[in-house]
Design a protein around this ligand. Structure first.
Ligand SMILES: [Zn+2]
Length: 175
């Protein structure tokens, strides 16, 4: 008999999880963690949760800034560009928070992290370079972050009433 559900409930309380639905990816990761390390403590779990969120954000930040630089020809990273932060303040909560301009994320779900990073980098490009990024090639409008079947995408409000999906935020993914 497995105690995974009990352990998972305890760990989710420890990270102050209050979303209605746990992302599938996080659920899978928790099951793997449980399989590998058994019933780790709340504090160890908060450490793992934070490390995973931070690592995902670092990788998403690389992906998104590369894409923004290719599209705009403007620099989005450098020694003077300090607009992504990784903070863990025990007075604010049990896990670390990644802030990218006004976007923030604290859940180790790759899609959620990628969306927050995309919004933050978009905001930076606008505030720092006064450039709208990304732009729909068809309608010339600035794009918005959205999901299609859990894949983070850039969408445009132009065209039909519902708008349209332009591309996946991660260039390596087909939307
Ligand atoms: Zn469009």
């Amino acid at each position: 008999m497995s105690n995974l559900p009990d352990w998972r409930d305890r760990m989710l309380r420890a990270v102050w999880w209050h979303g209605e639905q746990l992302p599938e990816e996080v659920r899978t990761w928790m099951a793997e963690l449980y399989g590998e390390r058994g019933e780790i403590s709340e504090s160890e779990f908060c450490d793992s949760w934070t490390a995973r969120t931070f690592s995902m954000a670092r990788s998403a930040f690389e992906t998104v800034t590369r894409s923004a630089e290719q599209d705009t020809g403007k620099a989005t990273t450098g020694d003077d560009y300090d607009y992504i932060s990784y903070t863990r303040d025990p007075d604010q909560g049990p896990v670390g928070v990644v802030r990218i301009k006004s976007a923030e994320v604290s859940t180790p779900d790759a899609a959620e992290v990628l969306c927050a990073v995309a919004e933050g980098v978009q905001e930076f490009v606008m505030s720092h370079h006064r450039v709208t990024w990304p732009v729909c090639g068809e309608h010339g409008r600035g794009l918005h972050v959205d999901y299609v079947h859990e894949t983070p995408v850039w969408t445009c409000t132009g065209g039909s009433t519902d708008g349209h999906v332009v591309r996946a935020i991660d260039p390596a993914v087909q939307a």
